[in-house]
Structures are given as C-alpha cells and as structure tokens.
Design a protein around this ligand. Structure first.
Ligand code: AMP
Length: 426
C-alpha cells in the first residue's frame, strides 16, 4: 500500500515525501482511510509505530477546507505530557508545511500570554494538556463548541496520571457532533468504558498486541546490589560504547544524585523530571536531541511518546514498579527500523517487579554477568516465550560524549571489556 492510495492530497504527499517515508506504517494504513471518512477510531498502537502521523495526516486533510474563528479552535488533541504535546505540534509543522493551518500549543509551565494571543487570532488545531486547557477555559479565553475533531492520545497514560476526570469534563464542553479518535498502547477496562462513552461505533485498529516489546530492541539484565548500581551503570556505559541514552530512575531524588555521579565521571549527563520547570525540561530535551547531551537521566516523564532519532540505549537504572512502564521506557530505542539496546539493573529486592515484566512481555530477559571473561560468556539470548527467533546482534556504536578520557576511567574489577564487546555480541 502506498500513501497515494490512502486518499491524501498533493500537499500532504509532498510533505510525506520530504520526510523520506516510503509507505504507510500499519496503523497509518489502518486508521487514515477511516478518519478521512469521518469515522470515530480507536487506535491500539504503541509509540514508535507512526501513530502520531496516523491522526495528524488525515486531520490536516480534513481541516484544510475550512477557516478558524477567534477563540474557537476547530480541533483538539489532548496529550498526557507537555513533551508529547510538543512532539505532536512538531508533527503538524512537518506534515502541514504546505498547508495554511494554524495551531496553538497549550501546555502548563509556560506563560499564558502568548497562548492567549494565538487563541484570539483563531487556530485550527489546539494541542493541549488537560490542566492548562481547563485553566484557559475557566478564564473565558477559549470556546470549545466548534471542535469538530477530538483526539485523545495515550489514553492509558492519561488514566495512570489521573487525568480521566479532566478529560470527562473537557469532553462535556464539546459539541456531541464531532469525530473522536482515541489512541492507547493498552486497553484496560476503564479506557474501554471511555470509548463507549465518548465515541460512536468506533472502528478499532490494533497494530501490536498490548505490552509487547519491539523486536528491534535487544534486552539485557545485570544482577547487582543497590550499593554497586552506579558503578555497574558506569561500566556498562563504557563497555557498551553508548552513543546516547535515556537512563530511567524510579524516584526524582535519585535522578539528581545519579546525574552528578555521571557528570563526575566526565559524561555530558543531564537530569529531567516532572518537578523541573517546563523551560528547563524543553531546553534539556532540545540539547539532547541536538547531541549536546549524551545521557539523559530521567523519570517516566520521558518514557512515553518521546521520539529521539537514533537513541542507541535505554538503561533502567531502577526496575520500574509498573510493568507497562518497562515497555514504554525501552520503546524509546530501536525506533524507525534501527536496532536498540535496553539494559536493566536488577537487585534482589526487584525480583517481584522483574517477574511481572517478564510475564507481561512473555519473555525471559537475558542475564549478563559483567564479571565473566570472554571465554566464559555464554550468550544466552532473551528468550521470547512465544517466539523462538534469536535477537539480532546490536550494531556497534560510537561512544557517548565524555569530557575527558584519561582521568575518569573506571576499570573497577571488570576485566576483558572494551575490545571483547564485538566478539561477545557477534
Ligand atoms: P510515533 O509512533 O508517532 O511516535 O512515530 C515514530 C517515528 O516514526 C517518528 O520518528 C516518525 O517520524 C516516524 N514515521 C512516521 N510514519 C512513518 C512512515 N510511514 N515511515 C517511516 N517512518 C515513519
């Protein structure tokens, strides 16, 4: 199937060609024709599957025909986090570059002044987090009665973050005559109920079973102790020739400590979590995307939806409490057809959470003992419980940016790394 066959106009096909996409992804192929026919759609798709384009492309097509009125946006996209909202907005800029649609990004943590000015001029597309949207509505700065298309993105994440009452309130402010698109990586009963409440005879499109990990991500575990975790992480970063990585911690307070530790080792590391002001979060993410920072130590605020081209590694410094979060965290790597690498540090206290992850993802993740020498290493691969294909060997990576090489080398008691790596994996 080609993009031409999906019923998109010349301007969009040109923008898609500029992106270098050859053909639609399965969620795009499944969703776009139905959205263009004005049907409600439930898209069961993980991030990394091209789901954002699956709704932005047809929305641009549909909205191209009309004009926005002051303070009355024509479409609304709700996302759980500011980062995801910014990413959806980027998608509109990329795919809408040959159309004249206007958009406003309404997220918290930044001044309302600019947002209000945009709203007063009239916008076609509103991309918002629920809190800021309600805030502006309550101040009388926005009318939602003209919304013809509503998108609820990452609905399961919205639920985890406690946004469902806000979503219900927002949907109550909209006209019942509208098209509603809901995307979610998983379909717990609460989300199912929402679709029944908000949608009319939706077409369901599912492109990957819930909670499956991408085949493009090589997954490994290192068993360690709480005291040795930082040291083990540093050794892994060194040995894996990490180009850039997200390093996930469960607690915000651990992010600062680990960031300082890595900076002390000479790495370009920065922390990112939900308590930081939005400006700093955005700047940090931009610096990471631009390659000025190679290690982002983060909370689950970065686990969903963030798309960094070519992220080589994800490290779970902590085993996530919620097994779903594991799937989302490691989904940041191995995107757009590239091979990614996900490592997790596991202490004896984590066994319960690890068991939940392996049960959810139906696999036994490969344990790697760092102390093993090359000769002793038996490359037992992560064993999918329902799929016997062995994972592909990871590609070699250029090392993460380090300010100095000489002073901070951490050999520890680890022998045989560095030059062993390719043969171990190969
Ligand atoms: P998403 O699932 O929306 O986060 O998209 C993941 C990545 O896939 C983004 O980097 C998109 O630019 C990219 N992408 C979207 N559609 C396609 C396509 N048809 N072919 C190749 N890459 C795509």
């Amino acid at each position: 199937m080609s993009f031409e066959k999906l019923g998109l106009s010349e301007n969009l096909l040109k923008a898609i060609a500029d992106c270098g996409y050859d053909k639609p992804t399965p969620i795009q192929e499944g969703a776009i024709p139905h959205i263009l026919m004005a049907r409600d759609v439930v898209g069961l798709a993980q991030t990394g599957t091209g789901k954002t384009a699956s709704f932005t492309l047809p929305m641009i097509e549909i909205l191209a025909g009309g004009r926005a009125k002051a303070r009355m946006p024509r479409s609304l996209i709700l996302t759980p986090t500011r980062e995801l909202a910014a990413q959806v907005a980027e998608n509109f800029d990329t795919y809408g570059k040959y159309s004249k649609l206007t958009k406003a990004l309404l997220t918290g943590g930044v001044s309302m002044e600019e947002q209000i000015k945009l709203l007063e001029r009239g916008v076609d597309v509103l991309i918002a987090t629920p809190g800021r949207l309600l805030d502006l509505f309550e101040r009388g700065k926005i009318l939602l009665t003209d919304i013809k298309i509503l998108v609820i993105d990452e609905a399961d994440r919205m639920m985890d973050m406690g946004f469902i009452p806000d979503i219900e309130k927002i949907v109550g402010l909209l006209s019942p005559i509208r098209q509603t698109l809901l995307f979610s990586a998983t379909m717990p009963p609460e989300i199912k109920k929402l679709t029944q409440k908000f949608q009319s005879n939706p077409k369901e499109i599912s492109v990957a079973p819930p909670a499956t990990t991408s085949k493009n991500v090589e997954q490994f575990i290192v068993e360690t102790s709480p005291r040795q975790k930082q040291d083990v992480l540093a050794r892994l970063i060194e040995r894996e020739k990490v180009q850039n990585a997200f390093i996930f911690c469960n607690r915000k307070r651990d992010i600062d400590g680990l960031t300082r530790y890595l900076q002390g080792k000479g790495y370009d590391a920065k922390g990112m979590h939900g308590d930081m002001v939005q400006k700093v979060r955005s700047e940090t993410l931009e610096a990471f995307k631009a390659g000025k920072i190679s290690l982002l130590v983060c909370s689950d605020v970065a686990a969903r939806g963030l798309d960094v081209q070519g992220l080589s590694h994800v490290f779970n410094f902590d085993v996530p409490f919620n097994a779903d979060d594991y799937v989302h965290r490691i989904g940041r790597t191995g995107r757009a057809g590239l091979t990614g690498h996900a490592w997790m540090l596991v202490t004896p206290a984590d066994n319960k959470h690890l068991a939940a992850i392996e049960k959810l993802t139906k696999q036994d993740i490969q344990r790697v003992a760092l102390e093993e020498s090359k000769a002793e290493k038996s490359p037992r691969k992560s064993k999918p419980r329902h799929d016997d294909k062995p994972p592909k060997p990871p590609k070699k990576q250029a090392p993460a940016n380090k300010r100095t090489d000489a002073d901070d080398q951490d050999d520890g008691d680890v022998k045989g790394f560095g030059s062993d790596i390719p043969s171990f994996f190969g």
